[in-house]
Design a protein around this ligand. Structure first.
Ligand code: ADP
Ligand code: MG
Length: 702
């Protein structure tokens, strides 16, 4: 059998699978072939040579092993919902075990007094640890059966389990597969990388990743496979970038002219921050280089991205080109148009707007002026990049607040014209560097990582329910000074009804604590009619109400500089980026602002970390890093739309260092052999082509 033949073999032909299990594996886990199975890597390994004692159990543990005896056994609950509860004891203490299924069978099977090896994950329930459905084996059987120290654990599903394909079942299949693996397999990495980075050969990595002989070999196998995965993603992105730079000639923006200088001297309302200056310089270098610029600018809310965009646009204007600024919504486009129009007053530069609501007569006029070159800058929504919009000479497109522009969409934008403009993408959701390199690895990246001076950072405080009276007093004091307050409740779909009740009760509570006519309270939530919502909002914006009780609908859009307190109820139920966004609603005026995180007394370790992070820092980048560590890339704000980051083995939260190495290797390779046509790189080129053709085999980045 050839190598390809082996890897492409349908999964049902693997010993132990057959048609029935084959169907389940395909449907449930997407495993169609031997190769799919091989790449179904374990997500965890448990050292089965290590035993814990009951006294050592804590919140941070996943799966652990104990040795002890059953000292009590009984069924609890009524007949239909009976559960089996046992007490497991070792010399350090006792712990409860619970079974909800197979109660009768397990009850008959367990022998009090016999020494067992227990294996499972401790969970905290009612303030005490227990094990639900642990694995239990008599010590004698255990010793006979355990042949590996590091036991692999595989992802599986409920349906798979009914066919015997729990983690252990899959482990058995992997054993069969590995036993059949061809003795030689074709390397996918170049010799230079294998030797320089001391990478484990491919075949051995496969063996070790499933059945590690020890932790060092496992680490080496993981490193090799992670490196390979990240290397090919980076190679693909950098290769696209290379092709683009070769194909597309950049419009030369080489001079800094009068418009820019005059604006800088006379119109600029304040000194630019160091970060703003740096980013403008980076853009200038890009646009003056003769190649097309594709740059991503990341900057937290309020870091001053609009001004950076405008100054780059003026630079382009100085060189005889038009520029466009694209916003994701009509409202944002209107806001930008107003800001820019004001800043450009008396400069002779002309700005137009083009959105869905611009009436057709006006639209015609704008389109004509754009084509004739009478308009220098155009602000608008997605409509701007439609084919019917003709420019005289478009030099730069700025895409604002657009973390939804995945590689595929950008490719479409670039494919549009022969004569392509420079592209500057701006995002307000700080993304950790590793994620940015993977999502936007074909772009150059800048960060505005400094806030304009004079802002008072929002003070964040974490309080428990017991401090409510103090908080109410604090709110009253601030209101007495003329400030306004937000009180935000979580409303999360799964538990919508209950959340809604909490919101209503919260509102009633606030109305009691802040009685009319001395205090006025607004309420806004997603279930209200748009007109009612707007009326309530407006009252708060106009300062007619002191408190705004709301769900997260206020996350985007509102701007009330006089609001100086943000109280977030049940803050433990919000994600970090959401908390950060909510906090961004205050601290917009001259006054000291506060964000108060209210939580229940009992918090999980993760919730504690989230609260601590919010209290410690206002830095969106730092918060994004923690968020990535806690939630993984798939759930991070902005990544859902921009495409999945579906990695098989690498983890963007932990493998930043490997990613840097992989990117450097990919860069170096393309530098010495841009088209990968040296004979020693043949297989790298072929592998890249195969991966790009068949993207289901690796991380999808668009
Ligand atoms: P964002 O990055 O969220 O788009 P904006 O561009 O809207 O931020 O800027 C936020 C506010 O900060 C605006 O009112 C803007 O005028 C102001 N601003 C921008 N740059 C500076 C600066 N260098 N010094 C002081 N204020 C600035
Ligand atoms: Mg902005």
């Amino acid at each position: 059998m050839t190598q390809t033949g082996f890897f492409d073999t349908p999964i049902e032909f693997l010993k132990g699978v057959g048609p029935q299990r084959g169907d389940i594996l395909k449907k449930e886990l997407g495993i169609y072939t031997f190769s799919d199975m091989l790449f179904h890597f374990p997500f965890r390994y448990v050292d089965r040579s290590k035993f814990y004692s009951i006294a050592q159990i804590n919140d941070d543990q996943t799966y652990i092993q104990l040795k002890g005896t059953i000292t009590k056994l009984g069924t609890v609950g009524n007949k239909r919902a009976a559960r089996l509860v046992a007490t497991f004891t070792d010399e350090s203490g006792s712990i409860e075990l619970v079974w909800f299924k197979g109660v009768k069978w397990i009850r008959d099977w367990l022998r009090p007094g016999t020494e067992y090896v227990l294996f499972g994950k401790p969970t905290l329930y009612n303030g005490k640890f227990n094990f639900a459905h642990p694995d239990i084996e008599a010590v004698s059987e255990y010793t006979a059966a355990v042949t590996v120290n590091l036991q692999p654990f595989y992802n599986t599903t409920e349906k798979c389990r009914t066919k015997g394909l729990d983690s252990k079942g899959i482990m058995k299949l992997q054993k069969n597969l590995i036993a059949q693996l061809p003795t030689t397999v074709r390397e996918t990495l170049a010799d230079e990388h294998l030797s320089k980075l001391k990478l484990m050969p491919l075949r051995e990595s496969w063996l070790q990743i499933h059945f590690p002989s020890d932790t060092t070999s496992l680490k080496n196998a993981q490193f090799r496979l992670k490196f390979e995965e990240l290397f090919y993603i980076q190679l693909d992105l950098l290769n696209r970038k290379l092709i683009r730079t070769e194909k597309v000639k950049g419009k030369l923006i080489s001079t800094v002219g009068d418009s820019f200088n005059n604006f800088y001297k006379e119109k600029l309302p304040f000194e630019l921050t160091g970060a703003q200056k740096r980013v403008i310089r980076e853009v200038r270098t890009d646009m003056g280089s003769g190649t097309q610029m594709n740059r991503l600018v990341q900057g937290d809310v309020g870091s001053g991205k609009t001004l950076v965009a405008l100054m780059c646009m003026i630079l382009v204007h100085d060189n005889g080109y038009q520029a466009a600024l694209m916003a994701p919504t009509e409202i944002l486009a209107q806001q930008h148009f107003a800001t820019i129009t004001e800043l450009l007053e008396d400069t002779g530069m002309k700005v137009g707007i083009l959105t869905g609501s611009v009436k057709s007569a006006q639209r015609k006029k704008v389109l004509a002026e754009l084509e004739e070159g009478k308009i220098d800058f155009i602000v608008g929504t997605h409509a701007l990049i439609e084919d019917w919009v003709k420019f005289r000479n478009l030099g730069l497109v700025v895409i604002d607040e657009q973390h939804r522009f995945g590689v595929a969409q950008r490719a479409k934008l670039w494919a549009k014209e022969e004569d392509q403009p420079h592209v500057l993408v701006m995002t307000a959701t700080p993304i950790p560097r590793t994620l940015a390199m993977t999502l936007y690895g074909d772009l150059d990246i800048s960060a505005i990582d400094e806030m304009p001076p004079g802002r008072k950072p929002v003070q964040t405080i974490h309080k428990f329910e017991s401090a409510r009276l103090t908080i109410i007093k604090f709110m009253k004091d601030e209101i007495a000074k003329g400030r306004q307050v937000y009180v935000v409740y979580p409303l999360i779909e799964e538990s919508e009804k209950m959340d809604f009740m909490n919101l209503q009760q919260g509102y009633e509570g606030i109305c009691r604590d802040f009685p009319r006519p001395k205090y006025q309270v607004s309420i806004v939530h997603g279930k209200m009619k748009a007109a009612d919502k707007e009326r309530e909002m407006k009252m708060f914006v106009d300062g007619k109400t002191n408190i705004m009780v709301a769900t997260t609908v206020i996350e985007v859009g509102v701007n009330v500089p006089n609001a100086s307190i943000m109280v977030i109820e049940s803050a433990e139920r919000f994600g970090l980026s959401q908390l950060h966004q909510l906090r961004g609603r205050v601290g917009r005026g001259a006054e000291q602002s506060y964000c108060i995180l209210m939580t229940g007394n009992k918090l999980s370790n993760e919730s504690k970390l989230r609260m601590q992070t919010m209290v410690r820092t206002n830095d969106g980048f730092e918060i994004a890093e923690v968020d990535l560590r806690l939630r993984g890339p798939g759930d991070m704000a902005g990544t859902q739309q921009s495409g999945q980051v579906n990695l098989r083995i690498a983890d963007l939260a932990r493998d930043g260092a490997i990613l840097e190495v992989a990117r450097k290797a990919a860069l170096g390779l393309l530098h010495t052999d841009p088209h990968l046509n040296k004979p020693q790189h043949n297989m790298v080129r072929e592998h890249l082509e195969a991966l790009t053709r068949n993207k289901k085999d690796w991380s999808r980045v668009s």
